[in-house]
Every structure is written in C-alpha cells, then in structure tokens.
Design a protein around this ligand. Structure first.
Ligand code: TXA
Ligand code: MG
Length: 344
C-alpha cells in the first residue's frame, strides 16, 4: 500500500476524511501524540488499525470526538463528574472511560463494556473528525512497543506502506499521551497519567481522585520471550489493558539513575566513561527537575533520535515523581524495562 503524505489545507483534510469514511487509516496530529485514525463505528476499519500497529486486540482504542455534544452518541454515562471534567478540560489531553453504548463495536473497546473518549484540542484533529462526520478511533500512531510519535516523520518511520495517509502537521505540543481517567467507579481513577495531573482533576471536581495502584508498581523482571507482556513476581493487573504491555522501548538498552541530582550526575558520568572505554556508544539524558513539561515534550523524540544515531546505552536521570513528572517517569520506567539504579 502506498502511504500518502498530506498537508493541512482544507482540501487535504477533506481527502483524509473521505479515506476515513471509506474505512481507511489516516494518521493525524493531536496536542499529545500523533494518532492512527479509523472510523470508530466501523469494526472492519478498526480491525485494520490493530493489524497496522501489530497491537494486541485486547487493548482498547480511544474514541475521539469533535464536539462535546457527540459524547451522547457514545455513552449514557454522563454523570455530573463527567460533565465537570468535560467543562474543565475539553478540548484537551484528557480521556474519560465511561460505559459504552451498543453502537460502538466491541473491537473498538477491546471487548470491554466501557469506552475511552477524548475531545482533542488540536485544530487539525478536530477539523478531521468534523469532516469525517464519525467518531475516530485512534491509538498512538507507532508500531506497538515503539516510542509514541510526536512528529509526523516518526509516523512515517513506523507505518509507511501500512496505512493510507499521514497528515503532516506540527510537532505535538504535550509530547506524551492523554491522561486516562476511569469515571465508571465510585471514585474517578487515573489509569494513565498525563499532563492533566491528579491535582488538576481534584481541583476541577472538588473531590477525591484515585490512582490505579498498578501505576506505583515497578515490576522487576522484564519478559523478553516475545509476547511483549511485563512479567512480575507479584500480580500486575493494571486497569487500562495497554499498561501491561512492553512499551516505548528504544533499541538501545536504557538505565534510569535515581537519587539526589548531583550524585546521580556523577554516577552517570562514571558509568558513561566505563562503558565508552568498552567501545559502547552512550547517550546521557538529564532533564530539569523543575520543568517536567519540557521533558514530556522531548522524551519520545529523544529515544527515536538515539536509535537513529545507533546508541547502545541510554543513561537517564529520574525526575521527581509528582505532577507532570509522574507522567514522564511512567513512560521512562517502561522505556527502560524498569531497569533502575538507585544512587546512594
Ligand atoms: O493522547 C492520546 O490518548 C493518544 C492520542 C492519539 O489521542 N492516543 C493514545 O491511544 O495514546 P493508545 O491506544 O496508544 O492508548 C490508549 C490507552 C491504553 O492504555 C488503553 O488500554 C487505555 O487507553 N484505554 C482505552 N480505552 C479504555 C477502556 N475502555 N478502559 C480502560 N482503559 C482504556
Ligand atoms: Mg500507544
């Protein structure tokens, strides 16, 4: 299949929308990461998304809408809390998991009775959804297991020849995927952290917000037998199916150094010298602890750049795990296969 690279003119958007309507696959920019879109109500089209990405079929898609009123078409579960979060954060990088209406094919929800819905802020994304006239199911537009794409060229690297078109928009603003919050339980629960933080959700709801306990676990063995599942001694049962798979992995080995910053930097410099002396190509990643937003924006692109340069080992300094830093570290731990060095 030839993958067309489209611009962002009205004519381009119209063409992309027609491809979606015909059951095709189109990658498009959002404010978080690039998405790989298909008509969310067309089971066959959604099936092709799983195939193009090499994605396990129990991992549900996020369904994207262009207007708040479209939420009614997908769920009967618009509680006052859901409404508040729609008011506070839509359009934007927040996905809400709500009970799914029957119109949504089970292949879209990975067999679940719930659906994750998001109204993106990005103008191109919304123009595409509006023009298509259907909700668009879109996982991140990377091959399953690879770092999420934050530039259109990343999408081309992974999916050229496997999808119908890529809308070549700007680099993604946030750089990590949306916050996923489960609204179906007693207390709203964060299943995947993002740039919309627990604090922000609490404030908007004026109430408690929980975090899936699996997000605090750091499984210590990485299973490399090819099925891509994280293996742990204890049970590891994250509520978002996608959180249990191997993720965001660069080709390079990656090690996270955790501890007091100055000591961490010293330990990383020593490790770099030691490995370089053995002929390894080493990359060091240190982000400003006070600016996790920049880390979020840069991280996935940095991993891809390392692979391009043929880096053997990436040494990365851990960020403080609060606010957006918690979301960045969630990705960083996975990229490193939970390979963490505590620096004392
Ligand atoms: O920012 C984003 O969310 C991007 C852009 C394209 O919008 N999309 C994205 O999709 O990151 P994906 O498929 O790569 O990640 C979706 C995550 C997975 O961890 C999945 O398991 C979870 O959301 N998820 C989706 N629907 C769910 C549901 N009904 N219940 C629990 N988790 C769900
Ligand atoms: Mg993804």
């Amino acid at each position: 299949m030839e993958t067309r690279i489209l611009g962002t003119t009205e004519a381009d958007i119209r063409l992309a929308a027609e491809m979606i309507q015909k059951g095709g696959l189109v990658a498009f920019p959002t404010e978080t990461v690039y998405g790989l879109g298909a008509d969310a109500l067309n089971a066959e089209a959604v099936g092709k998304v799983y195939a193009a990405k090499g994605r396990p079929s129990d991992n549900p898609m996020i369904v994207h809408i262009a207007q708040k009123s479209d939420m009614n078409k997908l769920t009967d579960g618009i509680t006052p809390e859901v409404e508040r979060l729609m008011e506070a954060f839509w359009p934007g990088p927040l996905t809400m998991v709500v009970p799914a209406k029957d119109v949504i094919p089970r292949v879209t929800t990975g067999g679940l009775a719930t659906v994750g819905v998001r109204m993106p802020e990005d103008a191109i994304a919304r123009a595409l959804i509006s023009a298509a006239g259907v909700p668009i199911a879109a996982p991140s537009a990377n091959l399953s297991g690879k770092p999420s794409p934050t530039r259109y060229i990343h999408v081309a690297e992974d999916l050229d020849g496997r999808i119908d078109a890529i809308i070549a928009g700007d680099d993604c603003k946030a750089g990590i995927e949306s916050t996923v919050v489960d609204m179906t339980g007693e207390v709203p629960t964060i299943l995947r952290p993002g740039v919309i933080t627990r604090e922000m959700l609490r404030e908007a709801l004026n109430g408690e917000v929980a975090v899936d306990p699996a997000l605090f676990e750091k499984p210590d063995i990485f299973n490399n037998d090819g099925n891509g599942l994280l293996q742990t001694g204890a049970d590891f049962h994250p509520k978002a199916p996608g959180m249990k798979y191997k993720h965001y992995a660069p080709r390079a080995q990656m090690i996270i150094f955790s501890g007091e910053r100055e000591k961490v930097k010293l330990a990383m410099a020593e490790e770099k010298m030691r490995r370089a002396a053995q002929g390894q190509k080493v990359e060091v990643i240190v982000y400003d602890d006070a600016d996790p937003q920049t880390a979020a924006h840069d991280f996935f692109a940095r991993l891809r750049a390392c692979d391009k340069k043929g880096v053997d080992v990436i040494l990365a300094a851990a960020l403080k795990e609060d606010g957006i830093g918690f979301a960045v570290m969630n990705r960083m731990f996975k990229s490193a296969g939970y390979h963490i060095k505590e620096v004392l």
